[in-house]
Structures are given as C-alpha cells and as structure tokens.
Design a protein around this ligand. Structure first.
Ligand code: NAD
Ligand code: DAU
Length: 358
C-alpha cells in the first residue's frame, strides 16, 4: 500500500487531488494531509472524505522542522506531493515575506525531512520513494509573441515575488536532485480552475461577484492571456507523474487553452445567463455592464502558454475536460455550494477585498 504525504491538501488543488486519488484508488492507498490552514486552507474542502479510513489530517506548518521530521519518523511515507504554498500573486505584491518563508524555507524543510527519512547509508534511496514538487508556469516569466511557449528547458525569469519564491523552491529541488540524487520530480502547471477555488482568483471571483450583481474588476486592458486547465486534469497528471514519471524529470502541464482575461469574464457571464433559470432572482443582476476596468496589477505578466509535449509523449497525459465543459462544471459547483462561498467570503476576505478593490 502506498502512503502519500500531501502538503497543502486543504487548499484548492490539493483538495481536488485528494478527492481524485481517493476516488480512484479507494482503500488501497493512504493519504496524510499536512496543512497549517492559512486563510486559503479549508477543512470543508475535505468534508466528503474526512471519514475515509485511508485519509488523515495533521495540522502543521511546513516550516516547523521538528514537527515535519516527526511526521516522517512516525509514518512510513512513500510519496510526498508538495502543494503547500502561498499562491496568490496580488498578495505577494503587497507582502512578499510570507511567500519566501513558506515557499522557499518550507520547501527546504520538506526536502530535508524527506531526505533524512529516506536516504540509506550509502546515499541511495529505496525504490518507490519520491518527492513531487508542484510548481507553476509563472517561473518562466512572461511571453509576448503569439506562438511562443514555455518548455521544460525555458530559462527561469520570475517577475513577481510569488513566482520568484516558487522559482527559489524549484531551484532547491533541482539542487537536491543534482547534489544528493534525491528522488524527485518537478511539475510546472498553468492556471487551474474548478471546484473549491478561493474567490481571490479570477474565475471564482467573477462568478461570485456576478451572482451578487457586483462590479467585475478586470486589470489593465483585460488582454493578458492565461492558459487554463480544469483542476481534475491537473490531478490526473500528478497521479501519472507519481506512478510513471522518470526520476529527476520536470514536466510542464497545460491544456493549450489560452484566453484573454476579458474573454474569460464574458464567457462566465454568458454561461451564467444560460445556466440560470429565468425564475432565479440572481439572473436579473447579471449583465456585461458589470465589467469594470481597474488599475493594472504591478508588473503584470502579459501571457503564459505551456507546451505540454513532454508529458504527452512520455506519460500519455492529455486534458480530458475542454474549457466549455469545465467552466459549466465549475459554475454548477458554485451554484450548489453557496454555503461554502458564504463561509470563505466572511471575515478576512472582506478586508482583503476592500484593500484590493476599493
Ligand atoms: P491554495 O492557496 O489554494 O492552497 C495552499 C494550501 O497550502 C492551503 O491549504 C494552505 O493552508 C496551505 N499552506 C500554506 N502555507 C502553509 C504552511 N506554511 N504549512 C502548511 N500548509 C500551508 O493554493 P493552490 O492554488 O491550491 O496551489 C497549490 C500549489 O500549486 C501551489 O504550490 C501553487 O504554487 C501551485 N500551482 C497553482 C496553480 C493555480 O492555478 N492555482 C497553478 C500551478 C501551480
Ligand atoms: O499560472 C499559474 C498561476 O496561476 C499559479 O501559479 C498561481 O498560484 C495562480 O494564482 C494563478 O496566477 P494568476 O495571477 O495568473 O491568477 P489570478 O486568478 O490571480 O489572475 C488571472 C488573471 O486575471 C491575471 O492576468 C490577473 C487577472 N485578474 C485577476 C483578478 C484576481 C483580473 O483581471 N482581475 C482580478 O480581480
């Protein structure tokens, strides 16, 4: 039986990954979710699996060396899937320090704890032990020309405190692979969307605001491009990397689904209008007039676009969910989970929103 230690499993992608893995493998795997529950971590995301025999939760900070070392000592961990991070670019612009702490120092603690638990006296590692470091396409910088893409060989050029801290963590993982032959993979994925995404990110923020008839803030000219991937497809890719990824390899993950932000906002509005029955009172608020151009993000990266050729050729991965379907599934999830949205938008979120948008 494989035991996975998932960090940041109470966040957006981590919780979707845990749902996917327990759905696919059931009782034949164990998952230990280690999460400190920042504003972005939410136990409600895992309510549906909380009682699974193979699932357990440990509240811990990945920067806490003693606690993380103890978790490795007390559990026979086979695979680490390291999601835990500060993940929002705008917050990194306002307050970079916690990004360096969690993303760089936290990753170092995770690497050292896994190395300490797994390394044999001769410096080798038992078969089956693996550390999957979840990173982002933002480390490659910003593309300007149409038809250019990020490959695994593209030089790093991070441009925000968030992407700089992720690049720092990737470099640490690379250095451990080189120096200690530490068994790891790095994955660099494009923008995810889907259930359980916190409404500080573009897609859930637009869905939530539109349903309340609030302004839809679009940064700058709205023509920045992101390459969107349905989160379950990301989970499937990570599962494949865990299973079959070549040791020390990096994989770019993306679905060739580039869209300008303004296109995304208009698709969401049109899909909401199409999906809501006329009798739903929220429908009368929704209109393209809600779109409001606001001050641009500082240092706003113009375009991201992943070339997922390697993961397709080596592991046979391709996305299953096209955007037109994924956005309907996502909106349907937010329709059904209004309590979830109400909980995550109370308290700290309101202060954040006022700071950002007023
Ligand atoms: P998220 O912000 O939704 O979740 C982050 C989780 O990490 C939360 O549960 C939080 O409580 C936890 N966490 C934060 N600091 C911690 C600490 N010190 N100790 C333990 N847990 C801590 O993030 P996400 O969008 O799910 O992203 C997950 C990972 O995927 C990140 O590493 C991110 O860089 C990467 N990524 C995200 C995207 C995206 O589009 N969201 C795309 C590519 C890669
Ligand atoms: O590319 C992968 C990255 O995608 C991940 O590494 C990050 O963790 C994740 O947050 C995401 O970063 P982005 O900055 O691309 O995502 P965000 O949803 O914040 O913004 C998407 C685009 O929409 C971006 O060009 C900024 C714009 N935007 C965002 C918000 C929140 C707006 O125009 N208005 C907004 O209110």
């Amino acid at each position: 039986m494989t035991t996975y230690l998932v960090t940041g499993g109470a966040g957006f992608i981590g919780s979707n990954f845990i749902h996917f893995m327990l759905g696919k493998y059931g009782d034949s795997i164990k998952i230990i979710n280690v999460d400190v529950l920042t504003y972005a971590g939410n136990p409600e995301n895992l309510a549906a699996v909380a009682d699974y025999p193979g699932y357990s939760f440990i509240k811990a900070d990945i920067c806490d060396k003693e606690k993380i070392t103890a978790i490795f000592r007390e559990n026979e961990i086979d695979v680490v899937v390291h999601f835990a991070a500060e993940s929002h670019v705008d917050r990194s612009i306002a307050d970079p320090e916690v990004f360096v702490r969690t993303n760089v120092l936290g990753t170092l603690v995770m690497l050292n704890s896994a190395k300490g638990a797994w390394e044999k006296e001769d410096g080798t590692y038992p078969k089956g032990k693996k550390f999957i470091h979840i990173s982002t396409d933002e480390v490659y910088g910003s593309l300007t020309e149409e038809g250019t893409y990020f490959y695994e060989t593209t030089p790093y050029d991070p441009r925000s405190p968030y992407s700089a801290s992720k690049a720092g963590s990737d470099m640490l993982v690379r250095s451990y692979m080189e120096t200690y032959k530490f068994p790891a993979n790095i994955t660099n994925c494009s923008n995810n969307y889907g259930p359980y995404q916190f409404p500080e990110k573009l897609i859930p923020l637009i869905i939530n605001n539109a349903l309340q008839g609030k302004k839809l803030p679009v940064y700058g000219d709205g023509k920045n491009v992101r390459d969107w991937l349905y989160v379950e497809d990301h989970a499937k890719a990570i599962d494949l990397v865990c299973e079959k990824g070549g040791l020390f390899e990096t994989y770019n993950i993306g679905g060739h689904n580039e869209k300008q932000n303004i296109e995304i906002v208009k698709i969401i509005l049109d899909t909401l209008l199409d999906m809501l029955p006329d009798s739903d009172p929220r429908k009368k608020h929704i209109s393209h007039d809600l779109i409001t151009y606001v001050e641009d993000r500082k240092g706003h990266d113009r375009r991201y676009a992943i070339a997922p050729d390697k993961i397709k050729a080596d592991l046979g991965w391709e996305p299953d969910t096209m955007f037109a379907e994924g956005i309907r599934l996502t909106i349907a999830w937010y329709f059904e989970n209004t309590d979830w949205m109400a909980h995550v938008t109370s308290g700290e979120y309101q202060d954040y929103y006022d700071r950002m948008y007023k």
